[in-house]
Design a protein around this ligand. Structure first.
Ligand SMILES: *[C@@H]1O[C@H](CO)[C@@H](O)[C@H](O)[C@H]1NC(C)=O
Length: 184
């Protein structure tokens, strides 16, 4: 009987000590419990907007930061391009496309896109998604991966479909984006 009590006390002490240690000793990582993980339900949001890339004139929204002058292989641009609800650049602003695009193919016109789309309108004001993909700009529709996001788009993944609706000789362009993004 006495040894049984001692054993129980020892076990209680051990459990209590382990518990205190996990809350006081700090940890390099902690896994969220499954209960929290399964309560979150993933949803898919469809976003539709227009992207305006202006390289000409006095107020370009994209500038060349590296590579050859003539839009050849290696040419690298930094963009802060407006995103609007409608086709016209004067329509309601919904965000900015901020990041890099670069000519990444020696044989055709294919861009590496590394960009954040930061939204400034409605429910997604303050949230962003990150795109990392291959953009063959002469194709009618290009698909690019959404590799992450922030704010309401935390843990986002998905894809963007880009379709050029207008471009001119100087290289200015308006591109329609349909983005399908899964997030919590
Ligand atoms: C978006 O959020 C910012 C910062 O909270 C705020 O200043 C701005 O007015 C908001 N814009 C819209 C359109 O709600």
């Amino acid at each position: 009987m006495a040894s049984h009590v001692a054993c129980t006390l020892f076990t209680l002490h051990f459990i209590l000590f382990s518990y205190l240690c996990t809350i006081t000793c700090g940890a390099f990582y902690e896994e969220e419990t499954e209960a929290i993980a399964i309560k979150r339900i993933e949803k898919t949001t469809h976003l539709h907007f227009y992207f305006h890339d202006i390289v000409s004139g006095k107020n370009p929204t994209a500038i060349r930061i590296a590579g050859p002058d003539n839009y050849a292989f290696g040419g690298t641009m930094m963009a802060d391009d407006p995103l609007t609800e409608g086709l016209e650049i004067s329509s309601k602003a919904v965000g900015k496309a901020q990041g890099l695009y670069a000519l990444a193919s020696q044989n055709d016109i294919c861009l590496l896109m590394v960009m954040n789309f930061a939204f400034t309108e409605g429910k997604y004001n303050g949230s962003s998604i990150s795109i990392l993909g291959r953009n063959q700009i002469l194709n009618d529709v290009r698909e690019m991966p959404i590799v992450g996001g922030s704010g309401l788009f935390r843990l986002a993944h998905g894809y963007a479909l880009a379709h050029t609706v207008w471009f001119d000789k100087q290289g200015d362009a308006t591109v329609e984006y349909n983005v399908y993004v899964s997030h919590y």
